[in-house]
Design a protein around this ligand. Structure first.
Ligand code: SF4
Length: 333
């Protein structure tokens, strides 16, 4: 059944945020299937986990420099190939990607698997983590169902003098316009004034068909992903992208990839160089969801990333491709 994204988003938002008391539902990992996948014990009273971002990827896949390079540049860290981040997940997502490593039970704003917390509590917990990671990753779930979360965290970190010491990285599945619909001018300003901030939007496929297959959402919403990315970039946010390349097809992806990269370049000619293809792997909660079409999609992604690599190599000089991802200009910035 196709997800009614707008209706489901509204329902989840209503269940996952309390704007009066400035609280949101944050996932508690303790005794969940996701906890079994973690390489380190949870922290922050069971609501946090440490993620190791690594530049290296599998053969044939481009390096993954986000958020390593933008965070290092913003914080004045030495060049590195890995970075730790303190991850919090909001307990709601409006899509159901078959490859999601979060158990779907943790995406329903279920209070039995999450807690109502304020940004102040999250930063209190974070301050006690030892060693303290240089990055806070607001993940999901879909953080932009509760866009206030980013504003509250930015304001809290600024209040505590941590602006410039902690890079605030926000994941976004590019599904809704809540950032503009629900944030006040002051809240958007507090995000914009946070010095060390970046946002990554995830393109959930390279065409409408692969998008719908991956997310369970209507294929028309693939177009919305580009519109939302454009709006965030227009606002001056330091934006990056992921793209997942799984598709249940044996068809040659070359032509579709050409169109996908064209569409990125319609936002900005350099934007493809800020987009990183993500290889999908089968983590614990994913295995029971995998059917024949998914197995085919896992195989197909190798062909798709080869097509991506050809597009990038043919469109950009090596001198540009070799630049740090945060130094790729978009909209002349
Ligand atoms: S959008 Fe992200 S959190 Fe939501 S189901 Fe897909 S992968 Fe999981």
């Amino acid at each position: 059944m196709t997800i009614d994204t707008d209706a489901f988003s509204a329902q989840l938002r209503a269940a996952a945020v309390d704007t009066k008391s400035r609280r949101l539902l944050v996932t508690r990992f303790t005794d969940t299937a996701q906890e079994d996948d973690l390489s380190e014990p949870t922290n922050c009273d069971g609501h946090g986990r440490i993620r190791h971002f690594r530049r290296g990827t599998s053969a044939g896949w481009p390096d993954n420099p986000i958020p390593i390079d933008p965070a290092s540049a913003a914080l004045g860290l030495d060049g590195t190939d890995s970075l730790t981040a303190q991850v919090f997940q909001n307990a709601a997502c409006n899509w159901r990607c078959w490859y999601c490593f979060v158990p779907f039970k943790l995406l329903n704003a279920n209070e039995s698997r999450s807690s109502w917390v304020t940004a102040s509590t999250l930063v209190d917990w974070f301050a006690q983590v030892d060693p303290r990671p240089p990055v806070i990753d607001l993940s999901g779930g879909q953080p932009d169902l509760v866009p206030e979360w980013t504003a509250w965290m930015a304001a809290e970190l600024i209040d505590r003098g941590l602006d410039g010491e902690v890079y605030l990285w926000v994941d976004d599945n590019l599904s809704n316009d809540y950032h503009w619909r629900y944030l006040s001018d002051n809240e958007r300003a507090s995000i914009a004034s946070y010095r060390a901030h970046g946002r990554v939007g995830c393109f959930k496929g390279y065409d409408a068909e692969s998008f719908a297959f991956n997310t369970g959402a209507a294929p028309e919403l693939f177009d919305r992903q580009f519109e939302l990315m454009r709006r965030h970039i227009d606002d001056g946010t330091d934006c990056y992208g992921y793209v997942t390349l799984t598709a249940a097809t044996e068809a040659d992806p070359t032509d579709a990839m050409t169109v996908f990269v064209d569409r990125l370049q319609q936002i900005d000619e350099h934007l493809p160089l800020r987009v990183v293809p993500l290889e999908i792997a089968v983590w614990g909660p994913v295995a029971p969801r995998v059917r024949a079409a998914h197995t085919q999609a896992l195989v197909h992604q190798a062909q798709a990333v080869a097509a991506w690599n050809r597009e990038i190599a043919s469109r950009f000089a090596s001198s540009l491709r070799e630049r740090a991802i945060n130094e790729i200009p978009v909209l002349g910035r």
